[in-house]
Design a protein around this ligand. Sequence first.
Ligand code: DMJ
Length: 504
Amino acid sequence: RASGRSTRRTVVSWRGAVIEPQPGTELPSRKAEAPPRPSSQAPRIQNQAASPNERQRAVIDAFLHAWAGYRKFAWGHDELKPVSRSFSEWFGLGLTLIDALDTMWILGLKKEFEEARKWVSKKLRFQKDVDVNLFESTIRILGGLLSAYHLSGDDLFLKKAEDFGNRLMPAFQTPSKIPYSDVNIGTGAAHPPRWTSDSTVAEVTSIQLEFRELSRLTGNKKFQEAAEEVTRRVHSLPGKKDGLVPMFIDTHSGRFTHPGVFTLGARADSYYEYLLKQWVQGGKQEPQLLEDYLEAIEGIRRHLLRRSEPGKLAFVGELAHGRFSAKMDHLVCFLPGTLALGAHHGLPADHMELARALMDTCYQMNRQMETGLSPEIVHFNLYPQNDRKDVQVKPADRHNLLRPETVESLFYLHRLTGDPKYQDWGWEILQSFNAYTRVPSGGYSSISNVQDPLNPQPRDKMESFFLGETLKYLYLLFSDDPSLLSLDAYVFNTEAHPLPIWAP
Ligand code: DMJ
């Protein structure tokens, strides 16, 4: 456990300036035995955080509007219902508040951060008889607390993260070591969803960045060991197709179920993202992660990548028992950013070409809608002979949940190419959010119809990721300073919470 070693720690100041502590600064007591250090490539001291530019100020304005609604009508609850001026509970753990902590830090919203910190200190209690989803609570709560700890250096967040991590551990007590989807953080009872013994592949493979970091910080290896056991087992499972994984895995047998269906969208998406990001987090020391990632990208090219008509947009469809479907979730728009990140870390240049092509497509998924906002799912037209548009939307898929994936990838593409067109595209999207989802009394609402600007039909819900991810990525996209949360020093979890890259 704690070795008491005194190591220097960097702390990111308001708006991302990195402060090196004075020599001799004490570490918090809960440190791993000889933990890998955060990357030495962390940017050096900046005297003053840069002041935000006009577009960044517009993001701050959006954030403050969202926060004002949450603060007035949903304080301490999971999500704001902005139209009815009330709230909804999912886990009853102040989800939006925790998800938004690091965004406030990065945007320089000191007063708001301090007020939220006080709530975490005084009100947040995990001793509660409540079922949480392992994946969702790991990426949002554990990830949010860990990044708040790293940015602020405030030990409170690490203590809370450790408490919460401990309460998630019973989820791993399954015959196969593949965790259950749900765990009661008060009683420790873990279970799969009521109708199945399956877990979702993306869920069990997208908790590793957070669990590994928790072990590094606390010195308690059990978090890392449990999460990495899942990676090892999935690595050697039969049922993949050129690196592509099915969407479900049985917690008793540990085998894939519903074989033969492959997507980069819901239920598989962040499996691919976390292969690359764990490899980056660990200082590029784990070749199996890289091999699985590279194989999967080739699998995508071979089986899922097509071009639409008439605009020849590159897109990633789905495969079900050998049949291709030209369906793409907006969730898949994380992929251009991940591909670009891999290319930045030394992977083949053609990954960057694919990233650019898919980025164009994700932009068009927004641009071709009457509101300028992407629907949840699109279908691409494959037939040159008719006069249909490239991007088709089914009535059931016309909603927009304020999701981040397009602006997330725009951030990476801009950061890693320097091309200002990506900032312009993000600016258009921010304006569309303001035009069609902003609720005057406070907050933003998901909408039911991105094709009807006169009546986009607010759904009365502001998801926590709008503050945790969407607005954070927009703010970072509009920055021209590559040292603001440098991609050589930090890796973002799938909920946009930055965690340090470990030095080799
Ligand atoms: C977020 O919780 C995360 O980005 C996750 O990876 C996918 N779903 C939402 C945002 O769309």
